[in-house]
Ligand binder design. Structure first.
Ligand SMILES: [Ca+2]
Ligand SMILES: [Ca+2]
Length: 203
């Protein structure tokens, strides 16, 4: 514990992060120093986290989505992200292994954390994703997935579920691996949009 106050990573945490993420010791130490610079307390609060998202999406409302993402990264549910949770988040959102990413996606969609996903939970997350899509862009979405409810229906149909059914983690991961459309529907596909916008600007 004393180590964290002196600005160095404990050996234990370092070993843990080395084996669970793609980062090596040198990288982790650099991340840690910049983390402490940004967050001298060694913790990121929910408000700070929402602020980061807000700065990325000035034309939309990412608050709800940021809240869900924060919850999915706050594995010990203490309302703050410590360095370990932060690094795991970084790892997952920037090219972690597929299985790890899908486990995280499951945690994101399992809003109440009871181990299964209901249709309501799909609707809730999809709705928060829609809030991040500027209205003018929502008009370009395919007819059968241009509202949160339609999109949730589509996901639910892909899984072959009835209204009150639930999706367990293994089934969720398998389904997403087997069907690229599900993956597309459950995530926010900002990259393509940004690419398109940049293309438009160049022309
Ligand atoms: Ca935490
Ligand atoms: Ca649930």
């Amino acid at each position: 514990m004393g180590n964290s106050k002196s600005g160095a990573l404990s050996k234990e945490l370092l070993e843990d992060l080395k084996s669970n993420t793609k980062y090596n010791e040198a990288e982790l130490c650099v991340w840690y120093q910049s983390f402490l610079k940004e967050c001298p307390t060694g913790r990121i609060t929910k408000e700070q986290f929402e602020g980061i998202y807000a700065s990325f999406f000035p034309n939309a409302d990412p608050t709800e989505y940021a809240r869900h993402v924060f919850r999915s990264f706050d594995t010990n549910a203490d309302g703050q992200l410590d360095f370990k949770e932060y690094i795991v988040a970084l790892h997952l959102t920037s090219g972690g292994k597929t299985l790890q990413k899908l486990e995280w996606a499951f945690a994101l969609y399992d809003v109440d954390g009871n181990g299964t996903i209901s249709k309501n939970e799909i609707q809730e997350i999809v709705k928060s994703i829609f809030n991040m899509i500027p209205e003018e862009d929502q008009k370009d979405l395919p007819e059968d997935e241009n509202t949160p409810d339609k999109r949730a229906d589509k996901v639910w149909d892909f899984f072959g579920k009835k209204e009150d059914d639930k999706i367990a983690e293994r089934e969720f991961i398998q389904g997403v691996m087997d069907n690229k459309d599900i993956l597309r529907l459950i995530q926010y596909d900002e990259p393509q949009k940004i690419k398109d916008k940049l293309k438009e600007k160049k022309q």
